[in-house]
Ligand binder design. Structure first.
Ligand SMILES: *Cc1c(COP(=O)(O)O)cnc(C)c1O
Length: 467
């Protein structure tokens, strides 16, 4: 499979280079040159298969030329053996025609494990073959950092440095990162905010001398391999509920647009879908964009669903590329507008194509809390605040299409958000057994000032990728 950049000015690459490079040299994002398509008979053939078997079939076309089927199979098996449910991503029925797809059974209790756990073996394989080491550098406000650390811990060819804002993450979130004591894991607590951490990482990527000196790599949500791994559960859930013989809709709690983009990819690959619902909290840039055609950044408002508190949804660029008929010049112009004036207008034809597939629903904090409380009162089931945004949006979006089953993606375990859960349900959500002693475990991290030179010096001193 060959990959091309959404901005049309970087060289086409194979899967392995896309995996290791992340962003394209022209600032664009890599997408497959063509969408692989399954026939209805092939999709019907997924019925009754295990999660790992579905994963092998869905991922195979994206890694062709880079991985043998047996190599892929062994990586997929390793990745999902770390999940604490046999179905990996089980479905739970909430109501007539309404289902929850539980994506939080991985080691760090958020859906990001589904992709990150596969990224670990994929990186290992590529780096061994190339006889090289990389330094992964990332910033986190919570979920991404712990999922990346858990996926990369103990790997010989990788050193991972995760910057988090000192004293500004929840204790559970911090401990999920800082209690991982493997020698290749480096937690850097920065005296600043999450935005400071992100700005540091961005500046380090832009400093090509530094970047090359440590063989810097990224695993943030614009990495194509993460989107690819997430396509699998749409097929898995869709087929379980009757696809390809009937369509299924999905509601997706959305921040950076990675997860819901994977749903779009599944649709392009032949999975019959009703609506794809973009569910946002009050940080609603995507809802406004679909309604008015104007994609316009604003200030971020902190909410109970912090992983969706974003200004810009980076992966939206991949959808724009398709919606403009894969017009890289048009994408370049729109992104230049975003850089220069903080916004752009989606061309009318592209907006029409997006509206034909997607709905977008904004859910405020009161509604989110009400959904958690009422679902708990009615069923005894606890859902986390991100999932509650998705469920609220799902109920609203279903009114127009009550005959189509709706799957809501449950993106985090409620125990990660203890305070909000206690406020909404009057009860704590306990951590699962493998994390029960998290609060007693030894922690290791360094506190560093918000100073790029000091952070870079620390990375250069410790990374084994430095030559
Ligand atoms: C990251 C995250 C999201 C948002 O996913 P995107 O792919 O960025 O849209 C939603 N919920 C949780 C719990 C997350 O960690």
């Amino acid at each position: 499979m060959n990959y091309i950049s959404t901005r049309g000015e970087a060289a086409g690459l194979g899967f392995e280079d896309v995996l290791l490079n992340g962003l394209a040299r022209d600032g664009g994002l890599y997408v497959p040159q063509d969408w692989p398509v399954f026939s209805a008979a092939q999709i019907a053939g997924f019925s009754g298969l295990s999660y790992t078997e579905v994963a092998c079939r869905v991922i195979a076309p994206f890694v062709s030329g880079a991985l043998e089927p047996a190599e892929l199979k062994s990586m997929v098996k390793t990745a999902y053996a770390a999940f604490d449910h046999k179905a990996v991503t089980p479905l739970t029925q909430l109501d007539s025609g309404l289902w929850l797809l539980e994506l939080f059974h991985g080691p760090t209790l958020a859906f990001k494990d589904v992709a990150m756990q596969l990224l670990g073996p994929l990186f290992d394989h590529a780096l061994k073959r190339r006889k090289m080491r990389v330094t992964i550098v990332g910033a986190t406000s919570g979920d991404t950092g712990s999922a990346a650390i858990e996926a990369m811990r103990g790997r010989d060819a990788v050193d991972i440095f995760i910057l988090h804002p000192h004293g500004r993450t929840s204790e559970v979130q911090r401990r999920q990162m800082t209690t991982v004591l493997d020698a290749n894991v480096h937690n850097l607590a920065i005296e600043g905010t999450f935005d400071d951490c992100q700005a540091l990482v961005k500046a380090m990527f832009a400093d090509s001398d530094f970047r090359d000196s440590v063989h810097m790599a990224g695993v943030n949500s614009i990495n194509w391999a993460r989107v690819m791994a997430q396509v699998v559960y749409y097929f898995y859930a869709g087929v379980a509920l009757g696809a390809p013989h009937r369509p299924v809709s999905f509601s997706v709690p959305t921040g950076n647009f990675g997860d819901v983009l994977a749903g779009y990819v599944a649709q392009r690959m032949g999975l019959p879908m009703g609506r794809l619902v973009i569910a946002t909290n009050v940080n609603d840039i995507l809802v406004r964009a679909l309604k008015t055609g104007r994609y316009e950044t604003g200030a971020v408002t902190p909410t109970a669903s912090p992983s969706m508190d974003i200004q810009v949804s980076s992966n939206f660029e991949r959808l724009l590329f398709d919606a403009t008929g894969r017009d890289a010049a048009a994408v370049r112009a729109l992104m230049a507008g975003l850089d220069q004036s903080g916004g752009f207008s989606i061309p009318e034809a592209a907006l029409g194509r997006i509206r034909a597939r997607f709905d977008a629903v904004r859910v405020n904090e009161v509604e989110t809390s009400k959904t958690i409380a009422s679902l708990y009162a009615q069923t005894g089931l606890k859902i986390d605040p991100h999932t509650a945004v998705g469920v609220t949006a799902a109920v609203e979006a279903r009114r127009a299409h009550p005959e189509i089953p709706m799957v809501c993606l449950a993106t985090a375990h409620p125990a990660k958000f203890e305070k909000v859960m206690a406020e909404a349900t009057g009860e704590r959500a306990p951590l699962p057994a493998h994390l029960a002693d998290l609060m007693e475990r030894e922690e290791r991290y360094d506190v560093l000032p918000n100073d790029r030179m000091k952070v870079q010096a620390t990375i250069q001193e410790r990374s084994r990728a430095v030559v």
